[in-house]
Design a protein around this ligand. Structure first.
Ligand code: EPU
Length: 443
């Protein structure tokens, strides 16, 4: 176990290059299971979740070679159909191997993903979709595994009751080698889904997306290998944009994708942050004066993404006035707020009044914890002081790290494997911008 020791405050100034998108890289690795032929993936970020997914592929029988940001996957023996329990528990996206494995081996055993061992809930929409395609799914509570089998996956109509990003991708991955046509209704619009579609098309898949949240997949008998480059990570770009402004600095981002983060850039501009469009793929984000408070509510794409709300909260901590953040996609994603409160911020949790919460929220309302607040109110501006903190999820981790960079004094952060899961060499990239961060043994 390691920890960060951070000395603040520092102004972040300089250039940074955005790494490949975690939420495409993981699925592209899974998509390599769709073929026996070699697959080369480029711009794969050097992050913990990718290392775990490579372990999943290896455990299933693939040979994986990694050099810098290029991963080559080959196959020379029959695939196994069981995802090891420890890997499944540490990586929710590991459940996505179900589609390719079902199509190719007709059976698969996946642990209930993400360490949440309370039944089918976290992937209930994925499971229902697979059943519509001819899969039989049995959950074995005694070992925590879903046993999924099929005589033959066949095309069908899959209608998601609510948005699901990885659920849409799971059905896509299952459908491209099934017989006949699959239509996904209420399919997720997240742009990472489209990058996965681009890769499967390169492999010979037949997929059409139409404007009414529908994706049609014509199953094919076999898919072939490909050489595919992962898109840049838009969540990283948002993180560095906020880093520039909250630290009173200026960060120029290369591999920028402004058109894909418009839902962030609009409020970012409105509250008084600086954006200079240097060229098509280079953007400078900078502090240009006092920031104003503004409310936001998260939503599936094309709304304000749930992944951006934790860093946005830090921006609001530095803003004049009172702002509200209402999380509607995940249940209670505010652990970081309790940590920020240790640093002198004025944040309160509250339960917003919502008519028809069962349709309003993207998570399953019937399972929600009545004590878990879905919103926070921030009154700023606050000057942050040092603290001892613990990260409990990836985006929260990035937020807490930035908070310690702008806080007075020396802070300690535990649980940093959370940030290593999704941000490549985060402390060396922030140190190159002026931050003072040391990684030390936590024992
Ligand atoms: N949900 C269910 N049952 C399901 C599927 C989803 O209850 O069968 C609930 C979830 O618990 C959540 C909501 O529905 O409350 C939305 O879930 P969704 O399936 O859309 O999210 P996800 O696929 O689990 C992906 C990303 C997240 C990102 C969201 C939103 C990956 C590996 N994860 O999660 O990324 O926030 O979509 O775009 O692609 C991250 O990168 O840190 C991260 C959390």
């Amino acid at each position: 176990m390691e920890k960060f020791i951070v000395e603040g405050p520092t102004k972040l100034v300089g250039n940074v290059s955005i790494a490949g998108a975690k939420n495409v890289a993981l699925k592209a690795l899974v998509a390599s299971l769709l073929t026996r032929e070699p697959v080369t993936l480029r711009n794969i970020p050097a992050i913990g979740d990718v290392a775990l997914m490579i372990d999943v592929l290896t455990s299933l029988g693939k040979n994986v070679r990694r050099e810098d940001h290029v991963v080559t996957i080959t196959e020379d023996k029959p695939l196994s159909s069981t995802v090891p329990l420890d890997l499944g528990a540490r990586l929710r996206a590991s459940s996505m191997v179900v589609g390719p494995l079902l199509a190719r081996t007709k059976q698969v055993k996946i642990p209930n993903p993400g360490g949440c061992r309370i039944g089918a809930r976290p992937i209930d929409r994925h499971i229902e979709g697979l059943k519509n395609m001819g899969a039989s799914v049995v959950y074995h509570p005694e070992d925590g595994y879903f046993w999924i089998t099929t005589e033959q996956l066949r095309g069908g109509d899959v209608t998601f009751p609510k948005n699901t990003h990885t659920g849409t991708e799971t059905i896509l991955l299952a459908a491209c080698l099934s017989t006949g046509k699959t239509t996904i209704h209420n399919a997720a619009l997240e742009v990472e889904v489209d990058d996965l579609i681009n890769m499967i098309r390169l492999m010979g898949g037949s997929i059409t997306r139409s404007e009414n949240r529908t994706i049609e997949i014509e199953g094919v008998e076999t898919l072939h290998g490909c050489d595919f480059t992962i898109m840049p990570d838009r969540n990283e770009e948002v993180t560095f944009a906020i880093a520039a402004v909250v630290s009173g600095g200026s960060i120029t981002v290369s591999h920028s994708q402004r058109s894909l983060i418009e839902a962030f850039l609009t409020p970012f501009r409105r509250v008084g942050c600086g954006i200079e469009e240097i060229d098509e793929t280079t953007t400078r984000y900078f502090w240009k004066g006092p920031i104003h408070a503004m409310d936001i509510e998260t939503a599936p794409h094309p709304g304000f993404m749930t992944d951006w709300q934790a860093p946005w909260a830090l921006l609001m901590v530095t803003a004049e006035g009172t702002s509200v953040i209402h999380e509607t996609v995940f249940e209670s994603r505010f652990h970081y707020a309790t940590e920020l409160m240790k640093m002198g911020t004025h944040i309160e949790f509250f339960h917003p009044v919502v008519t028809q919460p069962e349709t309003y929220y993207n998570f399953n309302w019937e399972d929600h914890d009545p004590d878990a607040a879905q919103a926070i109110r921030i009154t700023g501006p606050n000057v942050l002081h040092n603290a001892v903190l613990t990260m409990n999820d990836l985006r929260a981790g990035a937020t807490l790290l930035l908070a310690t960079i702008i806080a007075r004094g020396e802070s300690t952060i535990f649980g940093i494997d959370q940030i290593d899961r999704g941000y490549e060499h985060i402390e060396s990239r922030l140190c190159a911008l002026g931050a003072k961060i040391r990684r030390e043994d936590a024992d």
